[in-house]
Design a binder for this molecule. Structure first.
Ligand code: BES
Ligand code: ZN
Ligand code: ZN
Length: 495
């Protein structure tokens, strides 16, 4: 983990272990401090550019060993690709690429010349660059011998932009809580049970100044949340329902309710899943993790919004007491759902949580869920699907997605799909066939939201990285969603 991130004027001392020099493709004329550095390095940078050893393509790197008085020991050239194609996703990826290379070569500190080499983009892109750089140092393992992994511990941004200090402060919080999501999601289900998740969440939430109430099975049943009870019945690990409050009762502030699916393990239940990749389903609580961590981060940043967080937390297993296909579940709202597949469990527990959200009369409800395999087929692993009843809030999320480098894409949700979720012997059914199945899942959720503006974010594709091929990801949890949510909340807070 990076311990210290600071800003410093671009003055070279010769003490630098390595200076990272980000460059745009096709922009070979060095100016400002990059030029000064090049002079100091006896033209090592301009030579590499002139001789075509370095083309500054996106993610391209070239590590130069120098031996010059008053110069750094190494210079790392970092390609940003074409300026006109550059965005926050590319910026985070570039930061990640540099970071992984420096980790591999056991550097313990790095300076980044984030100044006139990449004119005009310091303010805008510093945030995503730091995020990518920091998150690329993350690792998770549970082993007998703790390996002493060598990581970059200190990062210095050489820039005159005075806004950088504030950006760094903000970004540290984003990174801290994105890593927390990764930790929660990477923890195996034998550790991260619903009770344990509730404990962890309340412990870090309280530290950040967020109030937390944990409901146990008796309280959940008393409230009438039949769905949370039924879906969790097949596990020996009891259900929990986490309720979080930040800025409670501050009536002048916009009130946002964040709802997150937290299935600590999704075996599919009686409608059991095939074995391959089932291990990933330890991360089926990622929606809840994003909600809990985003609220804690918002509190740390003192965002002027009121937030209510609701996280239904269960394990979906097989047992003599499991809920079964054909069961009819009575939800918090009184409306009933016939279970056709016990593997479509997320929408069932969210039905309780979304109806309960209405009790707080929020201005808007956003839910996060690893809900459908179909969204992975539709949008792949870097874009989450959004659907809802509020175009203005979806537009805010679309923009927050661009700004955070955690993009979302809107799928259509209208009356056609609502028709498809109607039940025969119950109000609704939890499976409506394969066609448009990310949307029918969202349509079922929509039946449990009243007139409140609402957006559903399906993160089934983005919560996990199978190969760790995105530069700032490692194999496993990505932590997708915290930066996106904070950007969205900032927009809400500013409105
Ligand atoms: N948790 C899964 C969805 C999922 C799939 C998340 C892949 C992450 C990666 C969800 O509970 C589920 O099993 N959905 C089924 C629903 C189907 C049975 C109607 C799906 O999408 O296949
Ligand atoms: Zn499932
Ligand atoms: Zn699931």
């Amino acid at each position: 983990m990076i311990r210290s991130i600071v800003r410093q004027s671009p003055k070279f001392t010769g003490e630098e272990e390595v200076i990272v020099v980000p460059l745009f493709e096709g922009e070979t004329r060095l100016s400002g401090s990059a030029r000064k550095l090049d002079v100091l390095c006896r033209s090592a940078i301009s030579d590499a550019l002139r001789n075509n050893h370095f083309k500054s393509g996106a993610g391209e790197t070239l590590l130069l060993r120098l031996s010059v008085p008053k110069g750094p020991a190494y210079v790392l050239l970092l390609g940003l690709g074409l300026r006109k194609e550059f965005d926050h996703e590319q910026s985070a990826d570039a930061g990640g690429a540099a970071s992984k290379l420096l980790k591999r070569h056991r550097f313990s500190s790095a300076h980044v010349l984030f100044h006139d080499t990449i004119e005009n983009i310091v303010d805008e892109y510093l945030h995503s660059f730091i995020k990518g750089f920091s998150l690329a140092q993350y690792s998770f393992a549970i082993k007998a011998k703790k390996s002493k992994s060598i990581t970059v511990k200190k990062l210095v941004f050489m820039t005159d932009a005075s806004s950088a200090a504030e950006t760094i402060r903000h970004c540290k919080v984003v990174v801290e809580y994105t890593e927390k999501v990764r930790d929660l999601v990477n923890q195996p289900a034998n550790q991260m049970t619903p009770a344990r998740m509730a404990e962890e969440v309340s412990s870090f939430a309280k530290k950040a100044g967020v109030r937390c109430r944990i409901l146990k099975p008796k309280d959940i049943a008393k409230l009438g949340m039949g769905a949370v009870i039924d879906v969790g019945k097949g596990s020996h690990h009891e259900q929990r329902f986490i309720e979080m409050h930040y800025n409670k009762g501050k009536s002048k502030l916009p009130k946002v309710c964040l709802v997150g699916k937290a299935v600590t393990f999704d075996s599919g239940g009686i409608s059991i899943k095939p074995w391959s990749n089932m291990n990933e389903m330890k991360g089926d609580m990622a929606g809840g993790a994003v909600v809990a961590c985003s609220i804690a981060a918002a509190a740390k940043l003192k965002l002027p919004v009121e937030i209510v967080g609701l996280i239904p937390c269960v394990e979906n297993l097989l047992d003599g007491l499991s809920f079964r296909p054909g069961d009819i579940v009575t939800t918090y709202s009184g409306k009933t759902i016939e279970i056709l597949s016990t593997d479509a469990e997320g929408r069932v527990i969210l039905a309780d949580a979304l109806a309960y959200a209405g009790e707080f009369s929020p201005d808007v409800i956003i839910d996060y869920a690893t809900l459908t395999g179909a969204v992975v087929v539709a949008l792949g692993t870097r874009i989450a699907g959004i659907m809802g009843n509020s175009q203005s809030n979806m537009d805010l999320l679309l923009r927050a997605g661009e700004q955070s480098g955690e993009p979302v894409w809107q799928l259509p949700l209208d009356r056609r799909f609502s028709e498809m979720v109607k039940g025969d012997i119950s109000d609704f059914k939890n499976y409506s066939g394969r066609d448009g199945s990310s949307i029918t899942a969202a349509a079922l959720l929509g039946e449990f939201v009243d007139e409140t503006p609402w957006v559903h974010v399906d993160i089934a594709g983005t919560f996990w990285s199978e190969k760790g091929s995105v530069p700032y990801h490692s194999k496993g949890a990505t932590g997708y969603g915290v930066d996106l949510t904070l950007r969205y909340l900032e927009r809400i807070a500013g409105s």
